[in-house]
Write a protein that binds this ligand. Structure first.
Ligand code: FES
Length: 154
């Protein structure tokens, strides 16, 4: 969807910023925002460009780097770190053959770190797109990834 079309859906209010950016970004195949797009959003909402850029760099669901169809975020805050007895990060890196910050060759998955995802009672936790997965173990993680792969090849 064109940025102009998304902008027209929102009132010119600063508190629409994150929702608007997420809708536009997640509708793009590359799941990222470009500099000129952020400038357009800043102008539309009458916000300083620096504010819009700082929101994008702070908010982990927003990115200025092209990403895959599914964004896998691995929580690496303390509760998840200490309960991670099988090493979520290395398991995913091995399964996908990519490192943190990289995207699989088929463009399906991007792997990222995240601060606390707000579900510490289910640690270790990952988020794939908007969905949280907790109480992970190696088998559960493999089943989750198989599910995503089969859905994308259905
Ligand atoms: S520390 Fe991982 S969800 Fe809170």
């Amino acid at each position: 969807m064109e940025l102009k079309t998304v902008l027209e859906k929102y009132p010119k209010k600063p508190d629409c910023l994150i929702e608007l950016l997420l809708e536009y970004q997640n509708g793009k195949a590359t799941r990222h925002l470009e500099e000129d797009e952020l400038k357009m959003v800043a102008e539309y909402l009458s916000l300083p460009e620096s504010h819009v850029f700082s929101v994008v760099s702070f908010y982990s669901l927003l990115s200025m780097v092209p990403r895959g169809r599914h964004i896998i975020q691995i929580c690496h805050d303390v509760p998840c770190y200490v309960s991670d007895d099988f090493n979520v990060r290395h398991t995913l890196e091995s399964m996908l053959d990519i490192g943190i910050g990289e995207t699989t060759e088929d463009g399906l998955f991007t792997l990222e770190h995240s601060s606390c995802l707000g579900c510490c009672d289910q640690s270790p936790v990952i988020r794939i797109d908007e969905q949280i997965y907790g109480n992970l173990n190696r088998n559960k993680l493999k089943a989750i990834m198989s599910q995503y792969r089969s859905e994308d090849h259905a």
